[in-house]
Design a protein around this ligand. Structure first.
Ligand SMILES: C[S@@+](CC[C@H](N)C(=O)[O-])C[C@H]1O[C@@H](n2cnc3c(N)ncnc32)[C@H](O)[C@@H]1O
Length: 374
């Protein structure tokens, strides 16, 4: 069900938010008394989940690049990006500050619906992109093609014009549901099946060592039948629970990943909400009512995310739970610590919550590179 709340619950949130504002003012005046001396030191190092592969000669084109989850995964899998596109300037600012040498287009020049792709025709190995998912997300209205943000047709237009050896499209699991099967036929299979052998599969981020319950769907298409036959979708080499028959490494729980003290309970974090979702500029990553309970069991406060670990430390929530910083949220999404996001807190959370978890992107990119023979 979409995350809709009653007026009384909305009122309750307003009260919490007001108390929190007052508490922050008190903290700034130094009235909350002494707080913990040191910020948390995370145990998880996401870069270890995606060991850099030898740079291949494979090229990639990134559509709807956002804050760079897909791009980072493809880069670590050995691809060189020819260009990345997003309509939001803040996303381009993130990519350009991390990779000044990349060609990144934003604003009208980054609008995937408007770009003339002919300059990239036949020179791209893999075109990848995660078109906006609100049309298909359970958190949205699920109106599919009728939604203004439906950019899947723009993605297929780009594939047909660029003619890459392979494409990868990512989206929310809702897209594989029965409700959208006609739409997926019309938007993906009909226009592309003549030239591409397409497979679709669902991946959970926790199977790739990311401490978050996050499911995503991938469509991978190959122009060559031989490559398509060789293709093996990634399965993930991590498990959430210990299993004596499995050799998989264990995915850390959110608390362990963040380096928080043992409280006798840990688990993957719920799906992080994107700060760009909904009309308000939110600094909350709370995605659903059910997730509120899990955050509470984890003793992690999912609202009022701060811009640094130091700021979060200065301003503990009144229930004593751990307050998150944007660096903590990036870590729970699988971004390495050195990937810096541009923008205000809500914009950073927007980029993080919208992204493909880099270790998942890396696994998909590596599987495609293997099939292409790199
Ligand atoms: C789901 S996010 C993609 C995140 C990205 N794949 C990642 O891993 O970080 C969708 C992105 O599409 C962008 N977008 C929406 N409409 C667009 C358009 N017409 N042209 C280019 N980008 C667009 C949004 O700004 C958003 O950053």
């Amino acid at each position: 069900m979409p995350y809709e709340i009653s007026e009384s619950k909305r009122d309750w949130y307003r009260q919490v938010s007001k108390r929190s504002r007052l508490r922050k003012q008190a903290a700034t005046r130094g009235e909350l008394g002494p707080c913990r001396a040191m910020p948390n030191r995370p145990l998880l190092r996401p870069e270890t989940l995606m060991p850099e592969r030898k740079r291949s000669s494979l090229t990639a084109l990134s559509l709807f690049c956002g804050g760079g989850g897909f791009d980072l995964g493809f880069e670590r899998a050995g691809f060189e990006h020819l260009a990345s596109f997003d309509v939001l300037d803040i996303c381009a600012a993130t990519l350009s500050s991390n990779r000044p040498q990349w060609a990144v287009f934003s604003g009208p020049e980054g609008d995937v619906g408007e770009v003339d792709w002919s300059v990239y025709a036949n020179v791209v190995d893999v075109l990848h992109g995660g078109p906006p998912c609100q049309p298909f997300s359970v958190a949205g209205k699920q109106s599919g093609a009728a939604d203004d943000c439906d950019m899947l047709p723009a993605f297929t237009r780009a594939v047909l014009s660029v003619r890459p050896k392979a494409f990868v499209a990512e989206n929310v699991p809702g897209l594989l549901g029965r409700r959208f099967s006609n739409y997926v036929d019309e938007a993906i299979y009909s226009p592309l099946s003549r030239d591409y052998q397409i497979v679709a599969f669902r991946l959970g981020a926790a199977s790739f060592g990311v401490p978050q319950d996050r499911q995503r769907v991938f469509f991978v298409g190959f122009r060559s039948r031989a490559c398509a036959r060789k293709y093996v979708a990634p399965a993930g080499e991590h498990s959430v629970q210990r299993d004596m028959f499995s050799r998989n490494a264990l995915t850390l729980g959110a608390r362990a990943a963040l380096g928080l003290p043992d409280i006798g309970f840990d688990s993957c974090a719920p799906t992080l909400r994107s700060g760009f979702t909904g009309p308000r500029k939110t600094t909350s990553i709370l995605n659903s009512r059910a997730s509120q309970r899990l955050w509470s069991d984890l003793k992690i406060w999912p609202n009022g995310v701060q811009k640094s670990r130091q700021d979060a430390l200065q301003f503990p929530p009144e229930n004593g739970h751990f307050r998150l910083s944007v660096q903590d949220c990036a870590l729970l999404q699988g971004f390495p610590d050195d990937w810096q996001f541009a923008g205000a807190v809500y914009q950073v959370l927007g980029q993080i919550g919208n992204s493909v978890c880099p270790p998942v992107a890396y696994a998909v990119a590596s599987s495609v590179a293997d099939a292409l023979g790199a």
